[in-house]
Write a protein that binds this ligand. Structure first.
Ligand code: FE2
Length: 233
């Protein structure tokens, strides 16, 4: 397990890698990502974050704080009503706005970890702002949370319509599994794998799902984590 010092170092590596990577995104790349975002409400930019640093950060959070993640579950409907898809996932809100958003609220080490992550999320939004504006438009950063999916966890097809004009900017990572997100594109679900260090930009009211997290033949426990920066128009 990593030490807190290593965790902090890798957290700053995450930010540094993003700063460097966005300077390599060309005007032509931006045009391509903007076009796909206009077409399907989603864009994935590969290799923005140092994936090794992100893996250390996520592993540390999992080891130290997974007990504080709140589990959310909704059963599947017998008639598979699209509006009420089931899901099972865990989530930690870095800026909890209600009691049900947080467990271990008085745990000091978790609070300090949350504060560090919250700060990192804000710094990350500053770094990413130019490309987010270019690709998706002028959204304002609101809050951050971390999703955690273990074996069999998933999110059924949904479109977050109740959230209004929200934009999610995500840093997904699959460990011991091949994970990703599917986006509805021309009435078909199109798979976007968790490419190493990728940045996913998910627009408002876009139908998407997270396929169940599967165990690989080697048997190691699968895990998918995803820091999500939430923006509003
Ligand atoms: Fe969603």
């Amino acid at each position: 397990m990593s030490t807190e010092k290593e965790f902090r170092h890798e957290l700053s590596e995450v930010l540094q890698s993003a700063s460097k990577a966005i300077t390599r995104v060309s005007a032509q790349d931006i045009e391509i990502y903007s076009k796909i975002f206009q077409d399907i409400g989603f864009a994935q930019i590969p290799s923005i974050i140092d994936v090794d640093a992100l893996a250390v950060v996520y592993r540390y959070i999992f080891d130290i704080a997974s007990k504080h993640f709140v589990e959310f579950e909704r059963p599947e409907r017998p008639d598979l009503d699209r509006q009420l898809a089931g899901f099972r996932l865990k989530r930690a809100y870095l800026e909890p706005s209600s009691e049900c958003h947080i467990s271990g609220i008085n745990d000091q080490s978790w609070k300090s970890l949350r504060d560090q992550l919250k700060q990192t999320a804000i710094q990350l939004t500053e770094i990413l702002q130019p490309i987010i504006n270019d690709i998706a438009g002028c959204y304002a950063y609101q809050s951050a949370s971390i999703f955690l999916y273990t074996e069999g966890y998933y999110a059924g097809l949904h479109n977050d319509a109740g959230m209004g004009n929200r934009l999610n900017v995500q840093l997904p990572l699959s460990i011991n599994t091949v994970g990703g997100i599917r986006i509805l594109d021309n009435e078909r679900l199109r798979m976007f794998y968790d490419m190493p260090g990728c940045l996913n930009i998910l627009g408002p009211r876009i139908w998407h799902d997270i396929p169940p997290i599967l165990r690989m033949p080697n048997g190691d426990k699968p895990l998918r984590m995803n820091m999500t920066l939430r923006y509003m128009l």
